[in-house]
Write a new protein. Structure first.
Length: 370
């Protein structure tokens, strides 16, 4: 490892959350300690091509109107190499590799499939490159809401009623699937099984809305999950940070609460990223000490149920007497105003310090099986 640690910031990607990843990269870039870390930026276009980008280009990624930024299709592709002490990234110009840079650790705020789902983590594992965040299995299970819930149930965590339907079942057994969904009771949230940022999600209040909701979900994933909507509950969230020296292997932030300003709406993509007044975050949330302690305990249990590393954000539905875990996010939105860093800010860890700690956690853990 060089005296100054070299960070590869990898962002963009092929998923529908491409633009959010770009916004996250710009925020992370602004927070990385330049006195400790050198940075090389690698963008992945929507078609899946990798390219080197200047730090100035990354810093300029921002929302314009209602449009999120994109990684442009490159003139020259970036390629990854196995280096003597980790990884290397280079630019291919014709049949030549130029500007070869050593990489000590990758920070890849990629959201959704082909980034948060274990695929890129597997590539880095094969190449012996350290990276921020959970490993292959935890990332894959955390991406698939079906298998995530199975892992939670196996660990004894409280999970709400749901139905899962593969593309095959929706095609060949549609009436049976719809009957199972009707048995959940309405409202029902219809979601792509492997997605995030609330993209492709529909709140359905009666059976007449199911077909359109299924079509919308399948625009993003052939596999669909139907979750019973909770009525009279609060949406509460906890950020979890790896802490290998603690008995639990992690620590939990204060509890936060999302309050959607439209009483009939939910925390969808537009509310999260495009409407400045669509939702408010309370951190810490107004809860009893008993409920806050319960949610923080469940969040760490969820972290360990997935065998996660580095970070997750755990999302709950709760009353003062009961709590159900909805899901975890293994690479949550990481802009300065996103829930995960906001919760740690409220817990006493400023955004730049949080970025540094995640990089340190990645550097501390060994490569290979662990």
């Amino acid at each position: 490892m060089s005296e100054r640690t070299k960070i590869a910031l990898v962002f963009g990607g092929k998923s529908s959350e491409h633009g959010i990843s770009c916004l996250t990269a710009a925020s992370v870039l602004g927070a990385i300690d330049r006195e400790r870390f050198d940075i090389v930026a690698v963008g992945i276009s929507k078609s899946g091509r990798w390219s080197r980008m200047s730090l100035e280009e990354v810093a300029d990624l921002h929302i314009t109107g209602d449009a999120t930024p994109e990684v442009p299709e490159p003139e020259h592709d970036a390629v990854w190499l196995v280096g003597e002490h980790g990884g290397q990234v280079a630019t291919r110009v014709g049949d030549q590799l130029v500007d070869i840079q050593e990489v000590d650790v990758v920070f890849a705020p990629l959201h959704g499939p082909y980034g948060e789902d274990g695929t890129i983590q597997g590539m880095f594992e094969m190449m012996g490159i350290r990276y921020v965040g959970p490993g292959v299995l935890a990332s894959a299970v955390g991406m698939d809401k079906h298998f995530m819930k199975l892992a939670f149930e196996a660990a004894g965590l409280p999970v709400g009623p749901y139905v899962v339907a593969s593309e095959r079942r929706l095609r060949l057994e549609r009436k049976a699937v719809l009957a199972e969904v009707a048995g959940l009771g309405f409202p029902v949230f219809v979601k792509p099984a492997r997605g995030g940022s609330s993209i492709g999600i529909t709140r359905v209040t009666d059976p007449s809305g199911l077909e359109d909701a299924i079509a919308e979900a399948q625009r993003h994933d052939p596999k669909v999950i139907f979750e019973q909507g909770f009525v009279g509950t609060r949406e509460l969230e906890v950020a979890v940070l790896g802490d290998p020296g603690s008995p639990e292997g992690c620590r939990a932030s204060v509890v936060g609460e999302i309050r959607v300003q439209d009483g009939d709406g939910f925390y969808d993509f537009a509310t999260k990223y495009l409407d400045d007044d669509g939702a408010a975050l309370d951190a810490p949330a107004r809860t009893t000490p008993e409920l806050a302690a319960r949610l923080r305990e469940l969040a760490c249990r969820a972290f360990n149920a997935l065998d996660a590393e580095g970070l997750v954000r755990a999302d709950f539905f709760a009353t003062e007497d009961q709590a159900w875990i909805n899901e975890v996010n293994t690479m949550p939105g990481f802009t300065r105003i996103s829930m995960y860093p906001a919760l740690w800010q409220a817990s006493g860890i400023p955004y730049p310090e949080l970025v540094t700690r995640l990089i340190e956690l990645a550097l501390e853990r060994p490569v290979g099986l662990r």
